[in-house]
Design a protein around this ligand. Structure first.
Ligand code: FES
Ligand code: FE2
Length: 439
C-alpha cells in the first residue's frame, strides 16, 4: 500500500498524532525505510572490537548486521545474510573469528564480507567471480565513530555523524570523560527485553516527567515503607532508585526537558537535589573524585561530574545515562513489538565500586525482574491494546505545556513538565518521513 506525503502529513497535527503512527504496518515499513535506513544507527562500541577478528551482532532497523574489526584494523559493518540463498551466517552475539561460514552450503566470507571460498567451485560458470562485490555480504555505505561509539548509516548521503548528533555529542563526551583515563568499556552481557508496543512509545516515555509518579507508584510506595536497612546489601541504592520516581510535583517541575532538533532530547537537573543528589559521606565517591582530580584538575573535574543530564535520547535508537554509565538500544521489530537492549559501561581507572553501582543501576532498571521497567512495558502494552482496538477517529494527545517551551540559541527548546520532547520527536519524524520527493 502506497502512502502519499499528504497522507503522512495529515497524521501529525501540532498537538496530536493519529493512532495509525503506532499501529499501521505500512507506516512502520516506511519508518524503517525513511528513518532507520537513512539516519545514523549505533552498532557497536570500540571496546567490543579491540582486536582484528572481533565481531558483534547489530541491527539496523529490522535488518541483521555484523560489526567487525578487520585484519588491517578497519571497522566493517556487513549484513548478516548469505549471498547464496539468504541464510544468516553469524549466530553468536559477539566473538572473534577469521571467517563467517554459512551453515547451509558453507560459503565462507572474510571480516570485510568478501566471499573467500565455497564448495564445488569447479561447477560454477566462468562468469561467477566469488570475490566480486555481487557475492560479498552487503556493507553499510557509511560507518563513523565518535569517541568509541560506532554508528552506521545505510544511506550513502546525508549529514555526517557529528552534525547528526549535534548537541548530543556532549552526552557521549561526558560519559567518556567520566573515566579518569578517558576510556570506557562496554559490558558485553546485556539485558534483552521485548515489549508489545510501538518503538516510539519508549522514546516518548524517556523524558516524560509526569509519568514516573503515576506509573511507578507501586514501587515508590514499597520503597518508602522500608527503612535504609532493607537494602543495606547494596548500600540502599535500589531503594533510593525506586523512591526517586516518587519526586514531588514541585521536584519534577524543577527538572528541565531539553528538546533538540532531530528528535533528540534529555532531562537536566535530576541528580541536583534531594534523594538522588551526591551524599555528604561517600568514601567510594571521594576516591573516584580524587582519581578524577589527579587526572583532570579540580575545575575540569567539577565541570565533568556536575553535568547533570539524564536520559539522553539520540533519536531514533539509543539512550545514554552518563552518570551511571548506561546505554539502552531500542530496535523496532514490528508496529506492536520493540526490542530493548540494556548495557552498562565500566569506567577504566575508576574504583571497582563505581562499576558495581553501574551494574546495580542496570539491574534495577533494565532487567526482566526490574520493578521499574516492568511498569513502563505494561503501560506501552496498554497503549498498544487501546489504540489497536479503537476506531479510525482516534488521536493521541501531546499538548501538555504547549507554548511553555523557551528557545535556546542552538535551536533546542527548554521546558518543564511538558510534552515538548514528544512534539519535537514528531517534528523530526515528519521531516524524515516526508523528506525529498517521495509522494
Ligand atoms: S545459503 Fe549460505 S551457503 Fe547456501
Ligand atoms: Fe518510567
Amino acid at each position: 500500500m502506497t502512502i502519499t506525503v499528504e497522507e503522512i502529513k495529515a497524521l501529525v497535527q501540532p498537538h496530536a498524532v493519529h493512532k495509525r503512527v503506532y499501529t499501521d504496518q505500512s507506516i512502520f515499513d516506511l519508518e524503517i525505510e525513511r528513518i532507520f535506513n537513512k539516519t545514523w544507527i549505533f552498532v557497536a562500541h570500540e571496546s567490543q572490537l579491540r582486536n582484528p577478528g572481533d565481531f558483534v551482532r547489530a541491527r539496523i532497523g529490522t535488518q541483521d548486521y555484523i560489526a567487525t574489526r578487520g585484519e588491517q584494523g578497519e571497522i566493517n559493518v556487513i549484513q548478516n545474510r548469505c549471498t547464496h540463498r539468504g541464510a544468516t551466517v553469524c549466530h553468536e552475539p559477539h566473538g572473534n573469528t577469521k571467517r563467517f561460514v554459512c551453515g547451509y552450503h558453507q560459503w565462507m566470507f572474510d571480516l570485510g564480507g568478501t566471499l573467500r571460498g565455497l564448495p564445488h567451485r569447479q561447477s560454477y560458470p566462468d562468469t561467477f567471480v566469488p570475490e566480486s562485490e555481487q557475492y560479498a555480504l552487503k556493507k553499510a555505505p557509511r560507518v563513523a565513530e565518535y569517541r568509541g561509539f560506532i554508528f552506521a548509516s545505510l544511506s550513502a548521503t546525508g549529514p555526517d555523524l557529528e552534525t547528526f548528533l549535534g548537541p548530543m555529542l556532549v552526552a557521549i563526551d561526558n560519559l567518556v570523560d567520566r573515566s579518569p583515563v578517558g576510556k570506557i568499556e562496554l559490558v558485553q552481557t546485556a539485558f534483552r527485553l521485548e515489549y508489545k508496543g510501538n518503538w516510539k512509545m519508549h522514546h516518548e516515555n524517556a523524558n516524560d516527567t509526569i509519568h514516573p509518579g503515576v506509573v511507578h507508584n507501586s514501587s515508590v510506595q514499597t520503597a518508602r515503607q522500608h527503612g535504609p536497612e532493607s537494602t543495606s546489601f547494596d548500600f540502599g541504592q535500589t531503594r533510593e532508585m525506586l523512591q526517586g520516581n516518587g519526586f514531588s510535583k514541585k521536584e519534577w517541575e524543577g527538572i528541565e526537558q531539553v528538546a533538540v532538533p532531530g528528535g533528540h532530547s534529555y532531562m537536566d537537573g535530576i541528580y541536583r537535589n534531594g534523594l538522588l543528589a551526591r551524599k555528604e559521606v561517600d568514601p567510594v565517591r571521594d576516591a573516584y573524585e580524587d582519581a578524577m582530580i589527579k587526572a583532570y584538575g579540580i575545575e575540569r573535574t567539577r565541570s565533568i561530574l556536575d553535568l547533570d543530564r539524564f536520559n539522553n535520547l539520540i533519536y531514533p535508537n539509543i539512550n545514554i545515562n552518563a552518570q551511571y554509565h548506561q546505554l539502552r538500544i531500542v530496535h523496532p521489530v514490528a508496529p506492536d513489538r520493540t526490542l530493548v537492549i540494556s548495557h552498562c559501561f565500566k569506567l577504566v581507572g575508576a574504583p571497582d565500586e563505581i562499576f558495581h553501582r553501574a551494574i546495580r543501576f542496570l539491574t534495577n532498571l533494565g532487567s526482566p525482574a526490574s520493578m521499574i521497567y516492568g511498569d513502563d512495558a505494561t503501560i506501552f502494552e496498554r497503549c498498544n491494546v487501546g489504540l489497536r482496538s479503537s476506531g479510525e477517529d482516534t488521536w493521541v494527545d501531546m499538548q501538555r505545556g504547549v507554548g511553555l517551551e523557551r528557545p535556546l540559541p542552538n535551536g533546542s527548546t527548554i521546558s518543564a513538565a511538558t510534552e515538548a520532547p514528544i512534539r519535537s520527536q514528531f517534528h523530526a519524524w515528519l521531516d524524515y518521513m516526508t523528506a525529498g520527493d517521495q509522494s
